[in-house]
Design a protein around this ligand. Sequence first.
Ligand SMILES: Nc1ncnc2c1ncn2[C@@H]1O[C@H](COP(=O)(O)OP(=O)(O)OP(=O)(O)O)[C@@H](O)[C@H]1O
Length: 261
Amino acid sequence: MINDIARAPARKNADQPPVLVYEEVRKLYGDFVALNGVSLQVHKGEVMCLIGPSGSGKSTLLRCTNALETINGGRVLIDGVPLPVQESAVRKVRQRMGMVFQSFELFPHKSALDNVAMGPITVLGMREAEAKARAMALLEKVGLSAKAGSFPANLSGGQQQRVAIARALAMEPEVMLFDEPTSALDPETVGEVLSVMQKLAQEGMTMIVVTHEMGFARRVADWVVVFESGAIIEQGPPAQIFEQPTVERTRDFLGHLGWNG
Ligand SMILES: Nc1ncnc2c1ncn2[C@@H]1O[C@H](COP(=O)(O)OP(=O)(O)OP(=O)(O)O)[C@@H](O)[C@H]1O
């Protein structure tokens, strides 16, 4: 027992209050239970990867985090404050969370630069010149300054996703939420998006990433959470989950993916 405690890894910033706390979160779609009492904590600067079979509730939890979905039970606390339900307050919560979707969701008739600058101008009331300077710096950060004037249709999927990441960062979020950001990409562009995400992680961004990229989760995550049927079946540091999972269903899931450590 003492050895177990000694071996238990310290979580990043575990000495500070968590940024996000999920308490017994339940989400129903009609009679279907998509989340069945999920409890979880996310610490500042932590990269948390949510893995598990299709339909197990990973994206639903992400969507409950920025109030794209309303929960039916339990609580989500952000910096200790329960997620509000009033629309005006919800908008403020969303500003603190950058969300990157599988399908990019860029505005097709705006250039890469304008896609990134738009949020600060319209939501934060930033002056256009300042917003565009910020957007340019962010495009440079994701390696796309040369594409600032390009429209989404003229960018590869990987480039569009990097613009989407820059757009989310332009709002200076406290937490970044990634919902399978590479699932819709051609294999040759997956790496460029993952390396931008890895760089963000190294800079200390707090990130929750729903992913089927087990290599990324193994390499970059600080904490891995395994979902099945709307519940967490196991969580721990990547070395535990990928090399020594304690739950047989985790082993089955990783085995089906061909993961062999
Ligand atoms: N708007 C909705 N209405 C009804 N059912 C939904 C809705 N959104 C999700 N679900 C169901 O909730 C369950 C959990 O879905 P969710 O997208 O969270 O799974 P997931 O683990 O992210 O899966 P994947 O890896 O395939 O994205 C699924 O069975 C899904 O069909």
